[in-house]
Write a protein that binds this ligand. Structure first.
Ligand code: 4AD
Ligand code: MG
Length: 431
């Protein structure tokens, strides 16, 4: 048997005889010629079988090889400018490892519920595989940026006694008789780690019992949470925009095949250039009123407001200085105007909404204690967190980037459920 070769690498093997290990995506015949389209995870290639010239092993007849049969195909690589991978393979031998019949996902259209019920198989489709490869490239870009800027990856616990983002979206667990929760955000621990290591980030799953059924909400999603000691509000925004610009550049460099497979227009990604525009919450309200979508000062922006605001820019936009009462207890109020906080949401264009939430944290002990009291939080459950303000407190800031929303935006996808291998949502915990 010739040396195995991935579909991605076939273009470098023109004229050679190679072996490809993969699965049959579809099959057609025309007279005495059969076409077996194979995928192997790196790409899809058409192979041509002239039946009398090809050996078949593992099954009796060509008719027995259905969609998603696993195959080892040996053949000669020919240039073919029309093919997506630039080559076609003329088959000499096919070994069938597992002949498959009645694969549930056929080339016809299926509804989303059916596809999600078969997610363990749906991920094999070229489009879903392209999304998962895009996600992987984005993960590498995020890590590459943070690692090369001196951030230490330091992961907070997933089982935690201390809620970080309010009590309404907690998943409670019974921890040997003690109450505990799945982490909604590692932020409080990242603050401790920033005071130990300077610049840190976490990269892991977070959990929110979101009752909302929208195209942006999962109950389990991955968040990247950088936290920086000696960092104030403005610098925090610069880190965010540089990170997002870097990811966009890497995606345009490394994921063009995936973006093309997703038919993702490139111009919106090419527009992602720093500095990103910044508008305050107050300015946002003026803009919304002009757009005929007025909201009263103190009300939160909903998804339609975010979309309308973001549509005014062709680049992501920061909305800053939200009313203090809308935001979490740990956010630093603006000293000259304590009714607003030094927080920003980064809104993506094209209706993708909030991608990042971040803020400068309160570093003064008594201010933090009074904000916690206003939120009805029991200081004894946060004793360790308050210690951070007792011992060597410094101004510090950080943010949380939602991986699935970022992948949905970069991939131009309709819904976050396709951005993660096995999405968890309000009404789905299967498969
Ligand atoms: O704005 P959030 O709630 O911020 C925090 O959790 C902060 N503690 C982060 C920090 O400062 N370290 O969430 C951050 C991001 C959102 O902007 C969004 O991209 C994503 O996490 N996110 C979700 N993504 C998918 N499904 C959900 N239910 C999400 N909730 C938040
Ligand atoms: Mg937020």
């Amino acid at each position: 048997m010739a040396e195995p070769c991935t579909v991605r690498d076939l273009a470098a093997r023109i004229g050679q005889t190679v072996t490809i290990r993969g699965w049959l995506t579809h099959y057609r015949s025309s007279g005495r010629i059969r076409f077996l389209v194979l995928r192997d995870g790196t790409g899809v290639v058409q192979t041509v079988v002239k039946a009398e010239a090809a050996e078949l092993a593992g099954v009796e007849s060509w008719e027995q090889i259905g969609q998603e049969s696993s195959l080892i195909v040996t053949g000669q690589v020919h240039r073919d400018a029309r093919a997506p991978v630039g080559v076609e393979v003329e088959v000499r031998a096919v070994q069938v490892l597992a002949a498959t019949h009645e694969y549930p996902i056929t080339p016809k259209e299926h509804g989303v519920d059916f596809l999600m019920d078969h997610r363990h198989l749906w991920i094999r489709s070229p489009r879903q595989a392209a999304i998962l490869r895009l996600r992987s490239i984005i993960v590498q870009a995020i890590r590459g940026f943070l690692d090369s800027h001196g951030f230490v990856v330091a992961d907070p616990p997933i089982i935690t006694p201390t809620p970080a983002e309010g009590s309404t979206t907690l998943f409670a667990i019974d921890y040997f008789g003690e109450p505990a929760y799945l982490s909604q955000s590692g932020q409080l621990y990242m603050e401790a780690l920033a005071l130990a290591l300077g610049r840190v980030y976490s990269f892991g799953p977070t959990f929110r019992a979101e009752k909302s059924k929208t195209r942006r909400h999962l109950t389990e999603f991955w968040m990247i949470e950088p936290e920086m000691a000696f960092c104030e509000f403005e610098e925090n925004l610069v880190w965010q925009e540089q990170l997002v610009e870097h990811i966009a550049q890497q995606v345009l460099l490394r994921a063009l095949g995936e973006l093309n497979a997703l038919q993702r227009p490139l111009a919106p990604l090419e527009n992602i250039r720093t500095p990103f525009p910044r508008i305050t919450y107050d300015e946002a309200l003026v803009r919304l009123a002009q757009l005929g979508m007025p909201i009263a000062w103190g009300e939160d922006l909903g998804a339609p407001h975010e979309t309308a605001l973001a549509n005014q820019f062709d680049c992501p936009v920061f909305v800053t200085h939200f009313p203090t009462h809308l935001k979490a207890f740990y956010m630093q109020p603006e000293p000259t105007r304590p009714e607003v906080v030094r927080a920003a949401d980064l809104l993506a264009p094209e209706g993708y909404g909030e991608i990042i939430g971040g803020s400068q944290r309160i570093h003064d002990l008594s201010l933090l204690e009074s904000r916690m009291a206003e939120h009805g939080l029991d200081a004894s459950s946060y004793a360790w967190y308050l210690d951070l303000r007792r011992y060597g407190t410094v101004p510090h800031s950080g943010f949380g980037l939602g991986l699935e929303r970022l992948v949905a935006w970069f991939g131009g996808l309709d819904h976050v459920r396709e951005t993660t291998p096995f999405a968890r949502t309000l009404n789905r915990v299967w498969p």
